[in-house]
Design a protein around this ligand. Sequence first.
Ligand code: ADP
Ligand code: MG
Length: 704
Amino acid sequence: MKGKINISEIFGENVFNDSVMRARLPKAVYKELRRTIETGSELNSEIADVVANEMKEWAIEKGATHYTHWFQPMTGITAEKHDAFISPIGDGKVLMEFSGKELIKGESDASSFPSGGLRAIFEARGYTTWDCTSPAFIKETDNARILCIPTAFCSYTGEALDKKTPLLRSMQALDKQARRCLALFGKTDVKKVTASVGAEQEYFLIDKEKYLKRKDIIYTGRTLFGAMPPKGQELDDHYYGSIKDRIADFMEQLNIELWKLGITAKTQHNEVAPAQHELAPIYEEGNIATDHNQLIMETMKRIADSKGLHCMLHEKPFAGINGSGKHNNWSIVTNDGHNLLEPGITPHENEQFLFFLAVIIKAVDLHGDLLRVSTATPGNDHRLGASEAPPAIISIYLGEQLEDVIKQLDTTGEATTSKQGDVLMTGVNTLPEFLKDATDRNRTSPFAFTGNKFEFRMLGSSQSTADPNIVLNTIVADVLAEAADEIEKADNKAIAIHDYIRRTVSEHKRVIFNGNGYTDEWVAEAEKRGLPHLKSMVDSIHALITEKSIALFERHKVYTKAELEARHEILFEEYVKKINIEAIAMLNIVRKQIIPAVMKYQESLAKSILAVREAIGEEAPVQSELLRSINENLKELYAAVGQLDANCVEGNSMEGTMEEKAKFYYHSIFRSMSDVRRPADRLEMLVDKTYWPFPSYGDLLFEV
Ligand code: ADP
Ligand code: MG
């Protein structure tokens, strides 16, 4: 029996959090730091030495020997370079030191991270800068404890080379514009407005030994081959199903590790697909939520590994069953805890809520293309529009109650009522009665209002939450700015606000859709409404560098034109590289594993045919038929592999821009990969299982 866990005792024990800082820092230093964190004011670098020293003392007490500036380059994952605290003191001895300078600034070679042309190899200097708004923490592994300092990562000339810098910039923009608008409602004492984010994380767990036999998963994170097992997810028996002991053991250890890092791991359950699960923490400030989501993904992988499991975060690890997403719950909250997206019981009377709602509707309608590209990964291309995730079209679900309020505003100019939820009737006397929510859930909308927040559901499971939140914060800040410009000039603010809400709602209602987003009818209807439908990652990337986008991001100082162009380049490059790895892995697996295995089985069939003839003087029609059928598929497989190989050669030697290359990889290479998979999966069903060179879907999904 394991000992009891005292959550409140371990929670945050590895975090240099507010209570640690309050207890350890001199009062004046603590207050100064708090001021920066709470109000977003400039950091006073004079306090850095004191903070650094206390951070070091605390970390050493916790067993740390090294520190690292922890940052998020444009690879979408995190990076770290460890430095020991030691400093020589002359007599062959060392002191443990960590200065304010080392806390604030790190210098590193930036040329080996993606920069999209912002950094040439010969001008490689990059800087990491302390982000004091996200607390430092100690990362514990089996053998080491490292003090991690969340940092931003910029080039020598100040361009962002990471995902945190633009996220922080976008939060600043949202703060500024939201406070301007709140002032229009008489709220002039709000000190800071932040975007809150709660990211639900889906993942798969498979057995590690089986994983090690699958080269495709090792190299690409997903299966490139695999025939469907007799059972998939059709019985809906995995969703919310009871959790197996082995998985429960993983979840318990994961929770403990996350709690120690101050991450509020809260909800866990089995997901729709076999071997698929979900974890959701409680929401927090967008920047911290993004850091924490990175830690959640990393910890999942580490704990799985230590438990003989393998955690898959790919958006589509298995064809034929659901892939994994990440739901980004987003709301706007003031420093005194007031959620601006809280409609109250009678939203039709809540002008301030309706104002922010109208602004968001407009922002999403104007910039659906940017929201789309913010979720673009090669893996997510398999999900969006594949009847398990929303289509690659952005629309908003408001629910019955708000849709009705919006309709009243649109048709009569006034909203006078709000629909209310009824009492839930079960027909059983002993079950308690309660009031239902005013609105049912909708699972198929990419951008759904869920009570007091929007849930952006297009994100892929492996991606950083930074990009979607950068876009959300910026587009909303932009429409807020424009509304403030207009209303600030009006003599009668109340009338101007009301007019603004009405007009905005009527002009942008096309983006509202409350029906089933998984149907073909909706795709047709959305196209009729003129909503952008950017089916693939490659189709969506251009949205980053349109005139509209450059002007938007420059207006709010979130990205410069050069930074956008760099990101545009990096996305195309990422696409090319990932598809290239998948294609080469496919070629290798077919040539080195599948074809040799099939040949061996063919040989045994051929021998059996001859042996039967020799033994009893009769033909063996079953073996012959099977052999023929296998041979047909083998020929098809061989031809498809030849074609894929030729396409890869062409792709690799192609001249031209990264965009042209990516288009070739999408239209030729990615497509020819399905031609390889089809005969290979058929062969898997024809060949004796003992000959097949790696575990099947059934083995991976049901034998965990
Ligand atoms: P569901 O499965 O119904 O989508 P979950 O409970 O799994 O819901 O996850 C909901 C997520 O939304 C959690 O991370 C939760 O903390 C977060 N959340 C709740 N309220 C807000 C809010 N006001 N702003 C941002 N996120 C929120
Ligand atoms: Mg959800």
